[in-house]
Write a protein that binds this ligand. Structure first.
Ligand code: NAD
Length: 334
């Protein structure tokens, strides 16, 4: 029996996380879910954003399915999401970008994967007021952090028959930080002569992605660029409702969607559950349940492509629960 930590999150989190859990259970893979929660709702109830039981559960089970958690802008706790990635050294944030809507997709048959470094960069949140009118933020780039994300990207490219790895950077301006990242990227690329290696400056990368995303295959980049490119790429394939993610470390993994808690949609049973369901499929892969994962992916892509039992973001009128039920029916051959 696999034990998995289940963190529903807040905003639309509980709605989409429950959908993902229901679908994983419907595959027949035996999972004992341990539910713990963090975030706004927990704070209101317990006066703490991340109760100890969340850490205890993740450290015991070493694998979690997580709904999005709201991060207030401005002062206060930085981000529970960033905190968990950092605490467990979940250095590889892997985000597949697939167009699932068939010919209705803006870019049909697009298939990219983003590898975002998940523990360093500007995301360390090291900011300091020099005086009341001046504030600086430090960007941390290390040889170890840069090398291991590039190793992950190339190893993935090799084992999945991918042709090219593109690094997005701004080393023309950030010569030391992004410069070190590129040095590490080049050293890793040399070990994979069979895979094409390319460097693109981040601003140009954004334009190239919109004009012709098919020229890319695997994209590897630093933390903040990866965050921004993920949402941009989600826009290429139908929106944030469709893009899953995985935060992978040495021996702990947290699976969650790219999207956040979309507070305005919360409690309306209208959020698209696909991103978290596909994050659940990656969790099944991680557990070695590849057949079950494939079954989930096939049912999701069939329902999304058909475009009938889908949520509003995909042009339909189905609720979150109706779309989830349609996916389960499809898994059962209906
Ligand atoms: P968001 O991703 O929550 O939503 C942006 C927009 O995308 C929404 O207004 C909605 O139109 C659409 N959207 C997102 N998910 C959708 C879904 N499943 N179905 C249909 N449409 C969907 O981004 P935001 O509004 O910038 O952030 C809201 C909160 O979420 C913030 O507090 C932010 O910090 C947090 N956040 C958390 C995570 C995480 O937990 N990993 C990730 C990103 C943002």
């Amino acid at each position: 029996m696999n034990r998995v930590t289940f963190i529903p999150g807040d905003g639309i989190g509980p709605e989409v996380a429950n959908a993902a859990k229901e679908i994983i259970d419907a595959t027949g893979v035996a999972i004992e879910w341990e539910t713990v929660n963090a975030g706004e709702a927990v704070f209101l109830e317990k006066g703490v954003l991340v109760p100890d039981e969340v850490y205890e559960s993740i450290e015991k089970n070493r694998i979690a399915l997580k709904g999005p958690i709201t991060t207030p802008v401005g002062s206060g706790f930085r981000s529970i999401n960033v905190h968990l990635r950092k605490r467990y050294d979940l250095y590889a944030n892997i985000r597949p970008i697939l167009s699932l809507q068939g010919e209705r997709s803006r870019y049909p048959n697009l298939d990219l994967v983003i590898f975002r470094e998940n523990t360093e960069g500007l995301y360390i949140g090291d900011e300091e007021f020099l005086d009341e009118d001046t504030v600086i933020a430090r960007k941390r780039i290390t040889r170890k952090g840069s090398t291991r994300i590039m190793e992950s990207a190339f190893a993935y490219a090799k084992s999945n028959g991918r042709k090219k790895v593109t690094v997005a950077h701004k080393a023309n301006i950030l010569k030391d930080t992004d410069g070190l990242f590129l040095t590490c990227a080049r050293a890793v690329a040399e070990k994979y002569p069979e895979i094409e290696y390319e460097e693109v400056i981040i601003d140009n990368m954004c334009m190239q992605l919109v004009i012709n995303p098919y020229q890319f295959d695997v994209i590897a980049t630093m933390n903040l660029y990866g965050d921004i490119l993920s949402d941009l790429c989600a826009g290429l394939v139908g929106g944030l409702g469709l893009v899953p993610g995985a935060n992978i470390g040495e021996d702990i993994a947290i699976f969650e969607a790219v999207h956040g808690s979309a507070p305005k949609m919360a409690g309306k049973n209208s959020a698209d559950p696909v991103a978290l369901i596909l994050s659940g499929a990656s969790l099944l892969d991680y557990l070695g349940e590849t057949e079950a994962a494939e079954k989930v992916r096939n049912a999701v892509s069939s329902i999304v492509k058909e475009g009938i039992h889908v949520t509003k973001d995909l042009g339909g009128t189905a609720s979150t629960t109706e779309m989830t039920a349609a996916i389960i029916n499809r898994m059962q051959g209906k």
